[in-house]
Design a binder for this molecule. Structure first.
Ligand code: CA
Length: 219
C-alpha cells in the first residue's frame, strides 16, 4: 500500500491511473499541472510520483529537477517515444519510464517493482535488529515488542524509508504531523530522543547541526 501522486494534465488518463492504483490497494492524489507539483511533493507524504512529461506550467523534466533532492521515486509517463527523452528522464534520476498508451496492469506492475526496490509500499521495514510491521502496527527489537506512540511509529517509518538522507525538522514535522507546526521543532527533538532510547539508535540516528537528523544506512 502506497500513497502516489499523479501529475497528469489529461483527466481521462489521470482517472484511469487512479482506478488502476486503487486495484493495487494504493491511494493517490491528482495534480493537473507541473507548476503546482513541486510544492505538493515537498510537503511530503508521497511514496512515488507518476510524472507526465508534457504538462502545463513546468514540464515533467523541470519538475524532476526541482524535486530530485527529495529522494522520492519517480516514474515518467510520456507519449514521447524518443529514446533521447527516455534517456533524459532516467539521467535525471527517474526509476522508470512508461510510454503512452500503456496497459493499466503494466503500470501497476511497474509501480510495484519500483516500490519494492525502494522499500516503499512494503508492509515490513527492517533495520538491523529493528523490524517495523506497518500492517499490524508493531515494532520489535531483537524479536521483543517495543511500545511506540503513534507519532514515534510514523517518525520511525519516515527514517527507515529515507535512510542516509538529511531530514530537516520542518520536513519531519510536515511528513509526520502533517501540517506546518511552526516553532514546534522541539516536538521532533523529543520524539527522536525517544526513538533513540527505545531502539538503541543513539549512534545511527545522528543530529545534523542546524539541519535536522539522518538515519545512517547499515553497511
Ligand atoms: Ca500531458
Amino acid at each position: 500500500m502506497a500513497h502516489i501522486l499523479i501529475v497528469e494534465d489529461e483527466e481521462h488518463i489521470a482517472r484511469m491511473i487512479e482506478a488502476t492504483l486503487a486495484l493495487g490497494s494504493h491511494t493517490s492524489r491528482w495534480c493537473d499541472n507541473g507548476g503546482d507539483a513541486p510544492a505538493l511533493i515537498e510537503k511530503g507524504g508521497f511514496d512515488l510520483i507518476l510524472l507526465d512529461v508534457m504538462l502545463p506550467g513546468l514540464d515533467g523534466f523541470a519538475v524532476m529537477e526541482r524535486i530530485r533532492g527529495l529522494n522520492i521515486p519517480v516514474i515518467f509517463l510520456s507519449a514521447m517515444q524518443e529514446v533521447a527523452d527516455k534517456v533524459r528522464g532516467l539521467r535525471l534520476g527517474a526509476e522508470d519510464y512508461i510510454s503512452k498508451p500503456f496497459e493499466p496492469l503494466e503500470l501497476l506492475a511497474r509501480v510495484d517493482v519500483v516500490l519494492r526496490r525502494r522499500g516503499r509500499g512494503q508492509d515490513v521495514l527492517e533495520y538491523g535488529p529493528i523490524r517495523q510491521d506497518l500492517g499490524s502496527h508493531t515494532v520489535t527489537l531483537d524479536g521483543e515488542p517495543v511500545a511506540l506512540s503513534p507519532k514515534e511509529f510514523d517518525l520511525l517509518k519516515v527514517f527507515l524509508q529515507h535512510q542516509n538522507l538529511a531530514l530537516s525538522r520542518d520536513r519531519l514535522l510536515s511528513m509526520v504531523w502533517g501540517y506546518e507546526f511552526a516553532g514546534e521543532s522541539r516536538t521532533v527533538d523529543i520524539h527522536v530522543q525517544r526513538l533513540r532510547q527505545k531502539l538503541g539508535l543513539t549512534d545511527r540516528l545522528v543530529t545534523l547541526t542546524r539541519v535536522g537528523y539522518r538515519l545512517e544506512k547499515l553497511k
